[in-house]
Write a protein of this length. Structure first.
Lengths: 335, 315
């Protein structure tokens, strides 16, 4: 079989020629309603089901593009961290797991930090990549949050963190646990600089991530239906020995229990977050409001480049600031 | 009656034999005191050598030993005029975390710690040392109180982890832990934590982001229990022993990784063989570190604490 699959099949493929380049899955089945969704329709709708509004996972780079003005942002290169300091090996080596995840995602680790404008306001976003080992938090992810918070302080910009994580990365054991106080210190510096910290909770946010920076936001926004909690469902069921009700640990459940300020559809997030940031950062619209300009960002970035601790990677196309940075207020039902 | 762990069986056999021989002496038989003496030396040697090279999994068992001194024993032995303070002022009182004020070697202080209980009734009352959100919120309240009145905080960590229950989730377990960690890193008074048994994940770090973090020689501290880790990564709880070895959860490992600051030596055969001795060793270390921290002004102290945690995991 090995000989057939590894040797014969590639030879035949090479002779016949590779298949035309089409996505593997042209159609996706919505886990919410079971309807088939055409991949282009789904993408155009930010991976929200067009039939039942179920929120499928959104790849991290698309997430960033969906939030920044004109989808333009600069990606911040993160400093390298020690690889596998504990020489961890379960059924597989951690280094192999890392390699696999890197090949699969093309990313170094489970976090991406971007810097751009939202509603015309200079903003830093740190977003998790769930595709990378379940978005688990090790030293590299901690580093991402620390860098993002420091950049926000430096730029006097608000910070948005978007967790999508099963929690601590077990392969980094105690060092992953230590990222909980570590990220907390970075956020304290942000808070003491008087800058807002907004958490956008997405599916899932659990364990060590929810029990640290993900629950320390000034404002907590969550996507509909996403799972948020401390302990996993299975662990709780084993502990209390009963089946948990539907809807337990969902965004709506947390909203009901006072842990989340609002549950907002992905399609309205850009406006909702932009609106919050604008209200906090631009206190008076008439009069002498100094909006941060593209030049001042570049100055800041140049400085940070010289300091050598933050490197700016070339990101998507930079766009001029939109003419009307003030977002329209969104309509929200009050209950 | 001493409770022996599985790996202590050879020691248990020897000590049993000694006990038997002693009874014979009492019966007025031939002088076998020499024999008892020899066996005693042998037993002591075996105990010392066994405990000198405990495997991580054996340390997990020692850390969970039912006779190991618990938080309440430290409080009773070390804190004069201990005055328990209860409640989070929001929901309730959590008996899994002991909190209060007292005097440690003459110095007024706030004391916090997980308590597992020592018999069925107290274990149920203490929820086996697994705190709920109100426990962490009580800890936050008492740390705030300590800061307002300029009192150092001493914490004792001994928990399998925060309680994974429906009510705990409903009341925001994650948020309570996050805020408790935040409070540890916010207060401008000395904070000293000792892991006296089990340091179970988020439930432990919630009161252990301290100026000095100490561990008893055979205590353990980890992101997840070996059983939990085994069932996730090995898909079998039977691999707990392997997981314990892989997780690097011993005091010696954590000192090497610079996650903790000090290891407190335990009496030969573990803290459960000589609770009073273990408690005094911990007290001595607390006193030494407390003196150092109290010499600093609050701002400097807090900056140093924050810098320490900000560097965790950096090369």
């Amino acid at each position: 079989m090995n000989w057939l699959t590894n040797f014969v099949r590639p030879k035949i493929k090479a002779l016949v020629g590779a298949k035309p380049d089409v996505p593997d899955n042209m159609w996706h089945k919505c886990p919410g309603c079971g309807q088939m969704l055409f991949h282009r329709d789904l993408e155009a709708n930010l991976n929200v089901c067009t039939h039942c509004d179920h929120h499928l996972r959104l790849p991290v780079l698309k997430r960033l593009a969906s939030l920044f003005d004109d989808a333009a942002y600069t990606r911040i290169e993160l400093p390298k961290v020690p690889v596998d300091p504990l020489k961890f090996r379960d059924r597989k080596r951690y280094t192999d797991r890392l390699k696999e995840a890197r090949n699969k995602t093309g990313e170094e680790d489970a976090i991406v930090v971007g810097h751009g404008k939202m509603s015309g306001v200079d903003t830093v976003i740190a977003a998790f990549n769930f595709e990378f080992m379940g978005g688990s938090m090790g030293t590299a992810v901690g580093e991402g949050i620390v860098v993002a918070a420091h950049l926000a302080v430096q730029q006097k910009a608000p910070l948005i963190v978007i967790p999508a994580s099963g929690g601590a990365r077990m392969q980094e054991s105690i060092l992953s646990l230590m990222q909980m106080p570590r990220t907390t210190v970075a956020l304290q510096e942000l808070s003491e600089a008087g800058l807002p910290y907004i958490v956008l909770l997405t599916d899932p946010t659990t364990g060590g991530v929810s029990a640290s920076f993900a629950m320390l936001g000034d404002i907590h926004v969550a996507e509909p239906g996403c799972m948020i909690g401390f302990a996993g469902r299975r662990v709780i069921e084993q502990t209390v020995r009963e089946v948990l009700p539907d809807g337990f640990q969902t965004a709506e459940y947390l909203h009901e229990h006072g842990m989340v300020d609002m549950v907002v559809s992905r399609l309205d997030l850009k406006q909702a977050l932009g609106n919050l940031i604008h209200m906090i950062m631009v206190k008076k619209i008439s009069g002498n409001v100094e909006l941060i300009t593209r030049e001042s960002i570049e100055d800041h970035l140049d400085q940070s480049d010289e300091e050598g601790d933050l490197k700016v990677a070339s990101g998507p196309v930079e766009q001029p600031i939109p003419d009307d940075p003030k977002p329209k207020p969104i309509k929200k039902d009050d209950d | 009656m001493r409770n022996f762990l599985d790996f202590e069986q050879p020691i248990a056999d020897l000590e049993g034999k000694i006990e038997e021989l002693r009874h014979l002496v009492d019966d007025g038989e031939v002088n076998i005191a020499d024999e008892v003496g020899k066996l005693q030396t042998k037993a002591n040697k075996l105990l010392t050598s066994t405990y000198a090279k405990l495997s991580p999994w054996q340390k997990v068992q020692v850390a969970r030993h039912q006779d190991r001194p618990h938080c309440i024993d430290y409080v009773n032995a070390l804190i004069e005029d201990f005055t328990p303070l209860a409640g989070d002022r929001n929901f309730g009182e959590d008996h899994a975390i002991i909190g209060g004020m007292g005097r440690f070697r003459g110095q007024s202080c706030v004391v916090l710690g997980h308590e597992k209980g020592n018999d069925t009734e107290s274990r149920v009352k203490r929820n086996f040392g697994m705190a709920r959100p109100e426990g962490y919120r009580k800890a936050i309240r008492l740390m705030e109180l300590a800061e307002r009145f300029d009192l150092p905080v001493i914490t004792f960590v001994d928990t399998p982890g925060a309680y994974p229950g429906v009510g705990a989730e409903e009341r925001g377990q994650a948020e309570a832990i996050a805020r408790s960690i935040e409070k540890c890193l916010q207060i401008k008074v000395p904070l000293i934590s000792t892991i006296i048994g089990e340091g179970g994940s988020g439930g432990a770090i919630a009161i252990a982001a301290a100026d000095t973090v100490m561990m008893l020689e055979h205590s353990v501290y980890s992101v997840i229990s070996p059983e939990g880790c085994a069932s996730i990564l090995w898909r079998s709880a039977d691999e707990a022993k392997t997981a314990a070895e892989t997780l690097r959860l011993t005091a010696q490992d954590l000192k090497e990784l610079k996650v903790i600051d000090t290891i407190v030596t335990e009496p030969v055969g573990g803290a459960h063989r000589d609770p009073a001795g273990a408690i005094q060793s911990v007290a001595q270390e607390i006193e030494n570190h407390l003196k150092d921290h109290m010499a600093l002004d609050g701002g400097t102290l807090r900056s140093k604490r924050r810098e320490k945690f900000l560097a965790m995991g950096r090369p």
